[in-house]
Ligand binder design. Structure first.
Ligand SMILES: Nc1ncnc2c1ncn2[C@@H]1O[C@H](COP(=O)(O)OP(=O)(O)OP(=O)(O)O)[C@@H](O)[C@H]1O
Length: 507
């Protein structure tokens, strides 16, 4: 690989954690100005650790960081930021109670009043990026895609020359992803910025990046120009072996006919979605396709009772479920929300404790005293079933990589007698090897009689795993299709309206 203009170089970077984990084992990396550098690797390969070192959040245990030709030792994100490195983190650290403009300029201005100058600066930033949000909109009211754009604008607004993006498209639909790509291209080609782009999506890495580094178990196992690679080669480097493509298994099964597990009658939430009436059978997987803002997550929250404004009736196995999450869990629903860290896990607890949180019935005496041995065994089982990269169930969830923590949120419901799984983007941020494992697990749950409603921005995934797919657009259910009767193309058209730019999808 030729390096014309490296702005950032890592040489032999090692990172060990106090619990003994060696997350990076001597990594070299060269990021050039005006180029997009893709960083890939399975969950737990070391990507976030590397990013934290680049952005000053962690010290490297060993090795050199060379910025514009000079070795540096950053002791804080602010120090890295002052030198010209900005990071767009995976879990977007925005302040929900502040406005867009306040969030964007908060960090580098401290306390200040909104002046005409700042507003002008905001408009200039929007011009540069080619995207505009209402500067006074509250961040808490924005969609995940819009929040992602606020994070990117914040990074660009610092004037950084290297922008590190940690899975910026992880839970975005095709159209919103396209927005991020356009921004990345503008910044690299138009403004000569260097971009480090972390992603699990091979198609976008092929389409967007100039160079690629693949980490496996803390080692850079592939460093090459993207033009010299193809998806198979990258996938092989990520998992260390050839992987089987997503199989489409939908045709092979028929859910138990005539037995409704879930019945929704006029379920609606004002300004969000609905009314929607439908049934989900025992052993059925219902896919929900829709773009960001279509009401897809809101739909799940209403079923689960976490939307207190929702109206309508939800019946599980013929019995009405009161509209609160406690009643939903008691009735047999399990929810894996999109914003996992905020809603799904207790980071300070071990894997085993998180895995058995909702399921103490099976591992305790009279539901009161958990038997630790059995709980730990569950933890091991979860590690095996979902290929969680952890040396034991005693590892704290906060010490897991993002993707592995996410697997724990799924594991959490597996052993709790759940009858209806509500999965919001269950494979976002999950590496390609484990993605197929999770989809297979969904099929397995269905074959055992559980029902599943799954929301995914990746329609290919919905087609692979669902029996039926409903399409939401602007809060309305605009189509119901049997999975084997539809296609990704049709779903995209339906989800975006006929006029939707299908080209927006990455090919
Ligand atoms: N604070 C920590 N303490 C101990 N171990 C950690 C800590 N942070 C990460 N690890 C471990 O270091 C390894 C690398 O994790 P890292 O978060 O860098 O992976 P990743 O490639 O970003 O994964 P993902 O795709 O899931 O986000 C993992 O084994 C993880 O469990």
């Amino acid at each position: 690989m030729q390096h014309d203009n490296p702005i950032m170089q890592l040489r032999g970077v090692v990172k060990g954690f106090p619990n003994g984990t060696l997350a990076l084992r001597g990594v070299d990396l060269d990021i050039e100005q005006g180029k997009v550098h893709g960083l890939l690797g399975a969950n737990g390969a070391g990507k976030s650790t590397l990013i934290k070192i680049l952005s000053g959040a962690y010290w490297a245990t060993l090795g050199d960081i060379i910025w514009r030709g000079n070795p540096v030792k950053w002791d804080s994100p602010k120090a890295a930021n002052d030198m010209g490195v900005a990071t767009v983190h995976q879990h977007i650290p925005l302040v929900p109670t502040l406005s867009v403009i306040e969030n964007i300029f908060l960090g580098n201005r401290g306390l200040w009043r909104l002046s005409a100058g700042i507003r002008r600066e905001y408009e200039e930033l929007c011009q540069r990026i080619g995207y505009r949000l209402d500067p006074d909109a509250l961040v808490g009211n924005l969609s995940i895609g819009e929040r992602q754009m606020v994070s990117i604008m914040t990074a660009v607004g610092t004037g950084a020359d290297l922008i590190v993006m940690d899975e910026p498209t992880a839970s975005l639909a095709a159209e919103e992803r396209e927005l991020v790509y356009t921004t990345v291209r503008r910044l690299s080609k138009g403004e000569n910025k260097a971009i480090l782009f972390v992603s699990h999506f091979l198609d976008e890495v092929m389409a967007l990046t100039d160079q690629v580094t693949v980490l496996r178990d803390g080692t850079a196992v592939l460093r090459a120009n993207t033009a010299d690679l193809d998806e198979d080669r990258i996938a092989e480097a990520i998992v260390g072996k050839q992987i089987v493509a997503l199989e489409r298994q939908a045709q092979e099964r028929t859910p138990t006919a005539g037995t409704a597990r879930l019945q929704l009658q006029n379920l609606a939430s004002k300004g969000r979605f609905g009314p929607i009436s439908l049934e989900v059978g025992r052993g059925e997987v219902l896919g929900v396709a829709g773009l960001l803002g279509s009401g897809r997550s809101e739909f799940l929250h209403a079923i689960y009772g976490s939307d207190r404004d929702a109206t309508g009736t939800v019946l599980l196995d013929g019995l009405a479920v009161a509209r609160n999450t406690g009643a939903a869990v008691k009735a047999g629903m399990g929810m894996v929300p999109e914003d996992r860290m905020a809603q799904g896990l207790v980071p300070e607890f071990e894997i085993w404790r998180n895995t058995t949180l909702p399921a103490l019935g099976g591992v305790s005496v009279l539901n009161a005293m958990p038997i630790e041995e059995r709980e730990r065994e569950r933890g091991w089982e979860a590690i095996r079933t979902l290929s969680i990269k952890a040396s034991s169930p005693d590892i704290l969830v906060k010490d897991l990589s993002g993707g592995n923590a996410q697997k724990v949120t799924i594991a959490k419901w597996l052993y709790s007698g759940v009858k209806l799984f509500l999965l919001d983007e269950p494979t976002a941020g999950i590496d390609i090897g484990a993605k197929t494992d999770i989809l297979r697990l969904v099929r397995k749950l269905a074959s055992e009689g559980q029902s599943v409603i799954i929301v995914s921005s990746e329609f290919e995934e919905l087609l692979a795993v669902s029996d039926r797919i409903i399409v939401l657009r602007d809060g309305q259910c605009v189509a119901v299709r049997s999975a084997h009767e539809t296609s990704e193309h049709e779903l995209l058209l339906l989800a975006g309206g006929q006029a939707a730019s299908v080209e927006a999808a990455v090919h």
